[in-house]
Design a protein around this ligand. Sequence first.
Ligand code: C2E
Ligand code: MG
Ligand code: MG
Length: 753
Amino acid sequence: MTLSIVGGSVSVNMIERSGDDMMFNDEPVGEPKSVPRRVWRVAIVDDDQDVHQATKFAMLDVVILDRCIEFLHAYSNQEARLLFSKHDDIAVVLLDVVMETENAGLELVGHIRDTLKWRDTRIILRTGQPGYAPEEDAIRDYDINDYKTKSELTRKKLLTTLTASIRSYELIRTIDASRRGLRQIITSGASFAVEHGVQTFASGVITQLAALCGVPSEGLICAQADSPTADGKAANFSVIASAGHYSNLMNSSIDQIADQRIRDSLKHVLVSRASLIEDNAMTLYFSGHGNRPMAAFVDLPHQLSEIDHQLLEVFCANFGVCLDNLSLVTQLQSHAYRDQFLMLPNRLKFIGEIDAAIARNEQNRLVVLLDIDDFAETNDVLGHVYGDLLLKAVALRLQDHYGSDVFLARVSGDAFGLLGDSSVLDPEAVRLLFMEPFEIESTAHMVVVSMGVVALDGFESNGADVLKNASIALKRTKVHQRGYHTVFTREMGMQIRERAKLTQHLHKAFDSERLFLAYQPQIELSGGKFIGLEALVRWRNEDGKMIPPMDFIPLAEHSGLIVAMGTWILRTACFTMKKLKQAGTAPERIAVNVSMMQFRQPDFIAVVETALQDSGLSPHDLELEITESMTMLGTASIQESLACLKQLGIQIAIDDFGTGFSSLSYLDKLPVDRLKIDRAFVNQIDTPEGPRIAELITQLGKKLGLKVVAEGIESRTHWDALLEMGCTEGQGFYIAHPMSDAELTAWIANRNQ
Ligand code: C2E
Ligand code: MG
Ligand code: MG
């Protein structure tokens, strides 16, 4: 029978019929399926038909390690490749060295090892010429296991060779499989740590089991007792996860499973609480304290090896523990999504709820972020216990009022989130809820809240962004309208994003030294003498656009960059001034603008001293411009710092004078040298308002014994008017624009001519 199918064309046919399909098809109809007989696949690749026949004859009915041998036949390198593309479980290849070419056999070895990457398949080379043997290198590199001349094709010799090869093939496979299995168990265990819910767990089990046993992820069912009775027997089982051709059974009760074999196995396992491994299927049991037990049914196209059994044991134990942990996970979930103090949903849950509303495309929904004004102060002054009571009272009032109509969450310390339909949730009505005082520890306590509001109008992408927008709006309320609410607008978001982007760019520009200083001359108005310079920072963006300091200084201040930037500006100005001095073209002083944040740094004085030391500039050549608002803060430390600078010999000017609201008595006490009339008042000279304020400031300066310098002189008229009112110094476009280093040098040279 075997002989009749040996032959070129027939062999291909044989290749196609030699898979599991054929074996299943051979099963007698009506009888229960039995597990297919497992075989070792051995490929004979040889262009000599006799070799095929002789080998088959010699090995007829041989059983090696409990399995028969199934021979696959190919007559050339080409045929062999086709054969290998259909079977990836060939244990041994008996390979002729010389076939269509001298090297056809060795080429095929290369194909097996390098292209197919089969490392486990054993290769036995055979040749008709006794003198011919492959190179030693080839034997080593390609892991060739044996080399035989065809005359050695006796039954005994073949049997020894094949047995040794198959044994080593199986060994390699086992080691590989156990390594793979362990890796899967480890990774699957880890991935389950983050999964929640029995259903997710169950479908995960299907996937993992399938991968573990190397079977397709189908034909697997997990069943679970809905409500176990005391004895466990009458429990109602149902399918909670299914895959592949069992998918349609999802959610059906165990009794609805048509296949009695599966039904019985599942029931048996769930009642006996032990896994059942049969020839053609396995039903695994997963126990769980406090959880309902679970069983997984898996069709097995082949018998499981010993190693598979061991892996499954580890798998079941591992996932039994996971199942146990499920209740813990559920508990943890409650902690993860609930504020344990107020027993309200927390920020995460609130975001999730907004996400869900967005996903359902719910229109007319409002998100209100509510923050208790001055809560931190209340906490500090009246104590945390009082603060806690207040929080509880606020939560209760909101809950009582809205019930289940509005989703209420505690978003952070004293901030609550509300999500509801705009017909129910009205920020103004929320505000009114707080008009009644709270009774805390028998005293009435008034609470004022500020709110940020976002309307879900179909543009929002996710809950986290919505909450971010709500807090942007809330911040606005806190600054401009405490005690009320602000509705978030797209422009607000854009402004914030623009600012964030610009801040990022500014940091980069500073780091890559793309900022530079411009210098604007100051002159004596009477004779035009060049007496000073003001250093002004400049930023040319990467696309060449100049960004005005009024736009980026506040960003630098906000992000704290102003400290490092200010130090750099100060030092650069000092070095420039020193250079001018050395060239003999310097005016009397250089003025540098200083921000409040810089000034407040504890090491500010030291920074100034170092800049002077390093540049070699005298303190008398330096003037620092501070703003009027800074002097207004009037803290002792500011006064102290100013006195200290003054003592060093540094001059102090108050910039933009007249725009703040400095108290005169206070001004009198400050160690200041100069007032700078803000350019807005110089500008007014041309308007009906006239030079009044500029005049006032000039007189004030005189009374206090201070010099006065006018900013923003743009015309001869300004100049003349200022001269007339007794203002002695000035700067402005009419005199000179702020200039780069080189422009300044040219400007000075031009004047000197
Ligand atoms: P500021 O200190 O009052 O600087 C004077 C501003 O008036 C400069 O604007 C200058 O270019 C501008 N200016 C001068 N003459 C005229 C004129 O005739 N007409 C008009 N319309 N404007 C004139 P700039 O450079 O845009 O700086 C604006 C503000 O940014 C400065 O006002 C200052 O508060 C701040 N700033 C500039 N550089 C620095 C710096 O290095 N550090 C700090 N902290 N702030 C700076
Ligand atoms: Mg200035
Ligand atoms: Mg100014």
